[in-house]
Design a protein around this ligand. Structure first.
Ligand code: NCD
Length: 313
């Protein structure tokens, strides 16, 4: 695809060569930061980027803002729907028209599925989806991909185990779709049946012909896997606290579980963790979740410079 002037709304818009381009550009950004390469680190000089976060966020919001600052751009931001005109009833189309006069790109997180795509119809500048309800989180999937590539040196022939809230976990949905672009990826889906993967994603995996298993058994799901992708139960998507509490704490990776994980595997988590991985696991060399979060800055630097046409796509 052509990155310049494009929105980033779903991972479905990319194909293998686009993922490779993003990985290459992210590595370039990582190196530019390390070497303090001023030419690269001023690519967004004179640009203003709007970050509209209508749902809680720490990593995504701050790593986007950090990426913009590292590239010498400026940020304008909104962090609460209550203080925005949308709260007064302004349509998302009108808000998009307005904000795209104030900024050269817009990064948006919103609690409703497909809302960011809807918003993009009113925008004259690239819109980047930073998470829309339980639908997708494309930029997280891209930083997950970059992390797997850095750690395993390949995206083909891997086995990945997704654990936890596979129903509402948007990062899981996006990453599975991304991995279908690579060869011979085996999936293990570990969750209680009632919060298992949505059927439409399972259908995609089946249509693709990938080998997969669904299980409730953590130990079985961890056997012979290269990547362990743990997730939080998405509390905010449940109808009641009681419903949420049925699942919270069902799967925990602690010291005693580490013996079931291959010695060359990596352990990932999009974070925040709410007890699913205990702190004692952090010192294990397989624990990569904080590196994963750090990679978010490089990947977001890559996406912004590509979408704003600062780097050839
Ligand atoms: C994720 C999200 O917002 O979907 N967080 C993040 O962006 N790293 C995962 C989560 O909230 O559980």
């Amino acid at each position: 695809m052509k990155f310049k002037d494009s929105h980033i709304l779903t991972v479905d818009q990319f194909e293998r060569k686009d993922f490779e381009k993003i990985i290459k550009t992210s590595a370039f950004m990582e190196k530019a930061l390390k070497e303090n390469d001023r030419e690269t680190l001023t690519l967004l000089e004179g640009n203003v980027i709007a970050t509209l976060f209508y749902e809680p966020s720490t990593r995504t919001k701050l790593s986007f803002q950090s990426a913009i600052s590292r590239l010498s751009g400026r940020v304008i931001s909104e962090t609460s729907i209550q203080f925005s005109s949308m709260y007064k009833g302004e349509t998302s189309y009108d808000t998009a028209q307005m904000v795209s006069n104030y900024a050269d790109a817009i990064i948006m997180r919103h609690p409703d599925d497909h809302s960011v795509e809807q918003f993009s119809h009113g925008s004259k500048v690239p819109v980047i989806n930073a998470g829309d309800g339980s639908h997708e989180h494309p930029t997280q999937a891209l930083l997950d991909l970059y992390t797997i590539f850095k750690e395993k040196q390949s995206l083909d022939n891997i086995t990945i185990s997704f654990i936890g809230d596979l129903k509402y976990g948007r990062t899981v949905h996006s990453l599975i779709k991304v991995l279908l672009n690579f060869e011979n990826v085996t999936f293990k889906f570990i969750s209680p049946k009632s919060i298992s993967l949505p059927q439409y994603i399972l259908d995609r995996v089946e249509e693709h012909g990938n080998v997969y298993i669904e299980t409730e058994d953590l130990q079985k799901g961890l056997e012979k896997t290269d990547v362990v992708y743990m997730t939080r139960i998405q509390k905010e998507r449940f109808e009641s606290q009681e419903e949420y509490l049925k699942y919270h704490g069902v799967y925990i990776i602690d010291q005693s579980v580490l013996k079931d994980i291959d010695e060359n595997a990596i352990i990932m988590h999009p974070l925040p963790r709410i007890g699913e991985i205990t702190q004692e696991v952090d010192k294990d060399p397989r624990a990569k979740y904080f590196d994963q979060a750090a990679n978010g800055v490089f990947v977001r630097m890559a996406l912004l410079t590509l979408c704003l046409g600062k780097i050839k796509s």
